[in-house]
Design a protein around this ligand. Structure first.
Ligand code: HEC
Length: 622
């Protein structure tokens, strides 16, 4: 089935229009870049891919990013001819071409073959968010791990980031990508079953809804759209914006329960506030319960009250609050207690609320907040603080979001515990039977804006495995653009410390006691984009825990003592099954996925100064 991505058509159509618009002076791409882009992309600060990474993209790709990609809201004031000019000025990468017919599966390769039972249904194999795959579903044991080797590689053609969270259903892999394409690939060979084009980059995983013999995938994109797609055909069922705010950014995977999906919402406002003219802030984190069959909203819970005008900044820009408490992670369903556990990020503006940096329980039927525990009070922060810009709130907080899901686990002793890891570097255990009473807390990292536990922990019911980022940005060398005497950008031209950050720790589930720690090794050799930080979500199977690093390596550690069982460097060129060039880079965000004897890893993450890459790697033993 040749189901070509829509974006190539749109991009070609847009490129055909490139040229001098009638009646308008031709725009200089360089001037547009200087006016609208340089302040961010001429440095490698937090969350921003560097200009050199953008130059590897095609003009069509850059245009798509401005038109309906990650830069869409920044591009609102930019005229059509200006967009085209800046895309031509910046883009030096190869044009996007549709995949060759040879990249698609032959008709005798069935999608979601019933014979392949193993699954990893979204962010975690199941609703608990434990990121643990049992032996039967893993199809791998600890003794197999040293023999893992690359089976196939798939290129996200034209992308500089590979951050999708794959799902595996009956031998088929589904993953989003930075170009906004969701792909259904055969797990064994990587051939393409279908491609679906979203309205923005897709890094959310898939909620898997099985109803009346039909499987629907529900996922979200970075421009605020939630999509429901038939898993067999890739045909859309519906697409909706669960939240009206224009800065909405949907990163977290929707959770599913009884035919309802719970869509978590976070936003771009935190970075938008670098702009001194941006009225900060009005976005409110939320959970929207949508009926999976048609997207109808059943309930919606905002996590802060409606913002009001609060005053103005030193630059005269009006300020609003409360705001923030965005939800970046997949909510956790607790069917026994009828609860949905949600973790939240910081407030962006004053007044502070009690619902930021919190772990909370919502009634799964009504969305009503049943209990809420704030771990860091008064954490009012936005990216203007790192940039020393006027929108930074007074007495700003440390930006200690919860970026990862709460994990519900039953211990070997039969007791349920709820775990949560914070960017502060602290891991907490709560008692779900006592309204989330705190049972223990243990520090596993130093913490920071991009520190601590970022994307997710794993547990096998005995131990909890928590890797930390703790990435360290070095100040720019004197005289470089971005140092104090050349303040070009909001965050400075930082590079990453090659010998600081990272590490993984195993904790006893009952006591929180540290059982072992495997410190990270320094980058060898030190190189741009390399840090030993381990911000990505970790994944466990019996005896083994997998953790990716910003140094480009995916490693497997023994759960018994933290010894390294396997180490593969992804930061190189790969020959791909779909024929497009691919290179690996930093590992961050969604972690590895294990199912049916295979390990799947996305590589490439140029945000936070990391190394770009655009490859999905599939490992197996035979
Ligand atoms: C306020 C800061 C800011 C400004 C101004 C800005 N960008 Fe960006 N840009 C970002 C950030 C942050 C990202 C990373 C988005 C993400 O996390 O996906 C990004 C991502 C991109 C990407 C996508 C890279 C990828 O992963 O595929 C392109 C292309 C891009 N920007 C082009 C531009 C152009 C062209 C302009 C000027 C018209 C511009 N940007 C202005 C902050 C900015």
């Amino acid at each position: 089935m040749l189901n070509q991505p829509r974006y190539t058509v749109l991009a070609t159509a847009s490129l055909l229009m490139i040229g001098s618009p009638a009646g308008a002076a031709e725009s200089s791409g360089e001037a547009v870049y200087a006016k609208y882009c340089a302040s961010c992309h001429d440095q490698t600060g937090a969350r921003i891919p560097a200009r050199s990474a953008l130059m590897n993209l095609s003009p069509a790709r850059i245009l798509r990013t401005l038109d309906f990609g990650a830069m869409m809201s920044i591009a609102y004031p930019i005229r059509r001819d200006e967009r085209e000019a800046v895309a031509r000025f910046l883009g030096h990468g190869p044009e996007d071409a549709p995949p060759p017919p040879s990249a698609f599966c032959q008709t005798d390769v069935p999608i979601m073959n019933g014979a392949a039972k193993a699954s990893w249904a979204g962010w975690s194999p199941d609703a608990s968010n434990a990121r643990f795959q049992d032996t039967e579903n893993a199809g791998l044991t600890a003794s197999d791990i040293p023999n893992l080797r690359l089976k196939w590689a798939y290129a996200f053609a034209g992308d500089v980031t590979a951050f999708g969270a794959p799902a595996i259903l009956n031998g088929t892999l589904f993953t989003g990508s930075a170009g906004g394409t969701v792909q259904a690939l055969d797990g064994k060979t990587g051939c393409i079953h279908w491609l679906y084009q979203a309205n923005g980059p897709v890094r959310s995983g898939m909620a898997v809804v099985r109803e009346n013999g039909r499987t629907t995938l529900v996922f979200s994109d970075q421009n605020g759209w939630t999509h429901a797609v038939d898993a067999k055909t890739g045909k859309p069922r519906w697409r909706k914006r669960p939240e009206e705010h224009e800065a909405t950014r949907l990163t977290g995977t929707p959770a599913e329960f009884n035919g309802v999906v719970f869509v978590p919402a976070a936003s771009w406002e935190e970075t938008r506030s670098i702009d001194p003219e941006y009225p900060c802030c009005t976005f409110r984190g939320s959970i929207t319960a949508m009926r999976a069959s048609d997207g109808a909203v059943l309930w919606k819970t905002y996590l802060v009250d409606q913002p009001k005008r609060t005053g103005k900044t030193a630059a005269g820009t009006p300020t609003f609050g409360p705001s923030g408490a965005g939800v970046w992670s997949r909510p956790t369903v607790d069917p026994a207690r009828g609860l949905l556990y949600v973790t939240t990020g910081d407030n962006y503006s004053h007044p502070a609320t009690t619902t930021s940096d919190a772990v909370m329980a919502l009634n799964v039927k009504t969305g009503q907040i049943v209990w809420s525990h704030q771990m860091t009070p008064a954490d009012v922060y936005n990216s203007a603080c790192g940039a020393k810009a006027v929108n930074c709130p007074a007495n700003n907080g440390p930006d200690y979001d919860f970026g990862s899901s709460a994990v519900l686990v039953r211990t070997m002793a039969g007791k349920d515990i709820l775990l949560a890891g914070q960017k502060s570097g602290v891991v907490y255990a709560f008692d779900p039977d006592q309204d989330g009473k705190l049972l223990w807390q243990t520090r596993v990292g130093r913490g920071g804006t991009n520190g601590g536990v970022q994307w997710g922990m794993a547990t096998d019911g005995r131990r909890l495995y928590a890797a930390v980022s703790d990435v360290v940005r070095l100040p720019p060398p004197p005289g470089a653009a971005g140092d104090a005497s050349h303040p070009v950008g909001p965050v400075g031209n930082a590079t990453l410390a090659p010998d600081k950050g990272g590490g993984i720790t195993a904790l006893d589930l009952i006591t929180g006691e540290k059982l072992w720690s495997a410190p990270a090794q320094a980058c060898a050799p030190p190189r741009p984009g390399c840090s030993p930080a381990q911000p990505g979500a970790v994944t466990a199977i019996p005896g083994v825990v997998f953790s990716g690093s910003m140094d480009g390596h995916i490693r497997a550690f023994s759960t018994a003592g933290g010894q390294t069982l396997w180490d593969f460097d992804t930061e190189k060129d790969f020959t791909t099954v779909n024929g497009a060039p691919a290179h690996g880079g930093s590992l961050d965000g969604a972690g590895p996925v294990v199912a049916g004897g295979m390990v799947f890893v996305n590589s490439g993450y140029p945000r936070f100064g990391g190394a770009p890459g655009n490859v999905l790697l599939a490992f197996g033993v035979n």
